[in-house]
Design a protein around this ligand. Sequence first.
Ligand SMILES: Cc1cc2nc3c(=O)[nH]c(=O)nc-3n(C[C@H](O)[C@H](O)[C@H](O)COP(=O)(O)OP(=O)(O)OC[C@H]3O[C@@H](n4cnc5c(N)ncnc54)[C@H](O)[C@@H]3O)c2cc1C
Ligand code: FES
Length: 279
Amino acid sequence: MDTLSVPVKNIYLPELVLIQEVIEETKDIKTFRVRRPQDFEYRPGQFAEVFVPGKGEAPFSITSSPTQEVLLEFSIKRTGTVTEALHRLNPGELIGVRGPYGNGFPIDSLKGQNLLFVGGGIGLAPLRSLINYVLSAPYRKDFGEVFILYGARTPQDLVFRWELEAWGKRKDLSLLVTVDRGENSWNGRVGLVPEVLKELRIDARNFDALVCGPPIMIKFTVKTLLEMGFQANRIITTLEMRMKCGLGKCGRCNIGPYYVCKDGPVFSYEELQNMPEEY
Ligand SMILES: Cc1cc2nc3c(=O)[nH]c(=O)nc-3n(C[C@H](O)[C@H](O)[C@H](O)COP(=O)(O)OP(=O)(O)OC[C@H]3O[C@@H](n4cnc5c(N)ncnc54)[C@H](O)[C@@H]3O)c2cc1C
Ligand code: FES
């Protein structure tokens, strides 16, 4: 075959993939396991545009780890048109996936470091990809201590419960799960994430922090991390903006000179401080 006849992949065209499993995480969050499209190589922290025929598409973090070879997972909260349509789908039906997009977490600069993951609600989705990458057999030795602090509004709002249990049993990480409001059957911690964070005995000089969650949680978590002595360039977070193309062409997601879809969605707090006021 001469090189001119090699089909060029259309970056705007989603590949249709079969839903293999749908896991009900909470009353409004479902995890979709789909077959990984061909040649779909991604890094933790990247996202994909997920397309529901007849309804449209929206960006979602890839929550599976690239070390999980055949599957791709998205955890999706029902909020509007596309997500409601997704929540009606069952195993055996098709969705479109295009990507991966975005910069992903700076894995090389995280290597050799101790890592503090701070997640809130569905914000655990992008962190989970990196956590499972770091915990996977080939890469665990490349990272130091791992501390995971995860919070949700109530025990019913915790996502990836089966995995939280598995992480809790591991000897090579520390896990603390907290809820804003407890209940009789909840024996765990009660308290807002930034409040619980203040009590952790962590030497900030030796840790990188990775923070994901609702904007208000990120705001107070970052404030606490700075008070604990974390450096702004060692606090990593992700931004959620309205997006369309996902690959830096339409200008929908720009903040000053940055396109969140292309230059982000992962930024250090130091980078965010240098962004224009509109952010
Ligand atoms: C990089 C990235 C990663 C993401 N990862 C995830 C993830 O892992 N899981 C997840 O659940 N979500 C994730 N999101 C968020 C997700 O993309 C949005 O929730 C999704 O676009 C919602 O699509 P929808 O069509 O269902 O909602 P829409 O119909 O767009 O509505 C969503 C909400 O916005 C409101 N709204 C709609 N249009 C307007 C408007 N013009 N002005 C004001 N409000 C409006 C609606 O009333 C509704 O409350 C991510 C977003 C980004 C950018
Ligand atoms: S979504 Fe089109 S430029 Fe970012």
